[in-house]
Write a protein that binds this ligand. Structure first.
Ligand SMILES: O=C(O)CCC(=O)C(=O)O
Length: 284
């Protein structure tokens, strides 16, 4: 039985734990290419999501331990989690509760309102646990857009990045190039190229948003074309965060390599007609 088929057994309406998008959020999203909505996910739900990620990865710590044996166990767990078939991507393919969580209608409704589209499918989810600085395993994300990584033929798509703990400015929250959703598609991030070096003109044209924290349960929604980056985590706390992509239900699959879609038998140039990619919201 596939994870999607097990959904009936775990179904839970999480809407009391999820917030709403207001007209001013839509206005800011289209003006700047991103909008932060605080208190969008309840603190209780954040804790449950962290627990599922901890069980899935074996990363059971919230802070860098002081005991050397625990430190070694922490690093070993992190290195082992990185060798999983999909790394930190696509937990919903393994965990039915997470499938139910990311397919909640209210997340889909938020995407529909922000993107101004009638129907939304879920595409991806990614664990963004940034390791504590003293572990030597923290990382930065150089300037990139998400669209070049996504196997989709149009960019009616947005990122839903959720702070699962209080993310302070020294824990490496994202910064964005304000208004850069109007720019052209650039590079695939994470492959050793930094958008700042490849496209310096973007940094003359658009201003970098202020560095600021995101409180637990706050969500940063950004458009798939918006350039963004984040610094390493300098604290001794794990920066538990996650992201997930939602897109227009009319989007066609391109066949481009992606950990969330590879090997599922999706057909290039057709819609995402597969149980892993349900329509999570429809206005009709
Ligand atoms: O979590 C981060 O620091 C970066 C995440 C990111 O680049 C993204 O969500 O697209």
């Amino acid at each position: 039985m596939s994870v999607a088929e097990k959904l009936d057994q775990v179904y839970e309406d999480l809407s009391p734990h999820l917030g709403d998008i207001l007209p001013e959020h839509v206005e800011q999203f289209w003006r700047d290419g991103f909008v932060q909505v605080n208190n969008f996910v309840s603190e209780e739900l954040c804790d449950r999501v962290v627990q599922h990620f901890a069980d899935w990865t074996g990363l059971r710590w919230n802070t860098w331990p002081s005991d050397p044996a625990e430190q070694a166990a922490f690093v070993a767990a992190f290195e082992s989690a990185q060798t999983k078939p999909h790394w930190f991507f696509a937990i919903r393919q393994d965990d039915p509760w997470m499938f139910n969580y990311v397919t909640q209608r209210k997340f889909g409704e938020a995407a529909a309102k922000l993107l101004k589209i009638p129907a939304v499918k879920i595409l991806s989810e990614t664990l963004h646990a940034k390791m504590p600085g003293p572990s030597g395993k923290t990382r930065a994300f150089d300037w990139h857009q998400d669209f070049p990584w996504l196997p989709i033929d149009r960019c009616q798509a947005l990122q839903t990045w959720i702070a699962l703990v209080d993310v302070t400015p020294d824990m490496g929250p994202m910064q964005h190039l304000i208004g850069s959703h109007h720019s052209m598609p650039g590079i695939r991030g994470g492959l050793g190229q930094n958008g700042k070096d490849v496209f310096p003109e973007l940094f003359d044209q658009y201003k970098i948003s202020d560095l600021h924290g995101v409180p637990k349960g706050g969500v940063m929604f950004h458009h798939g074309m918006t350039w963004h980056a984040s610094a390493p985590n300098q604290t001794d706390r794990v920066r538990w965060a996650m992201s997930s992509y939602r897109m227009s239900a009319k989007t066609l699959y391109t066949g481009a390599q992606n950990e969330n879609t590879d090997g599922l038998g999706l057909v290039p140039n057709k819609t995402f007609d597969h149980p892993n990619f349900p329509t999570v919201y429809s206005a009709t």
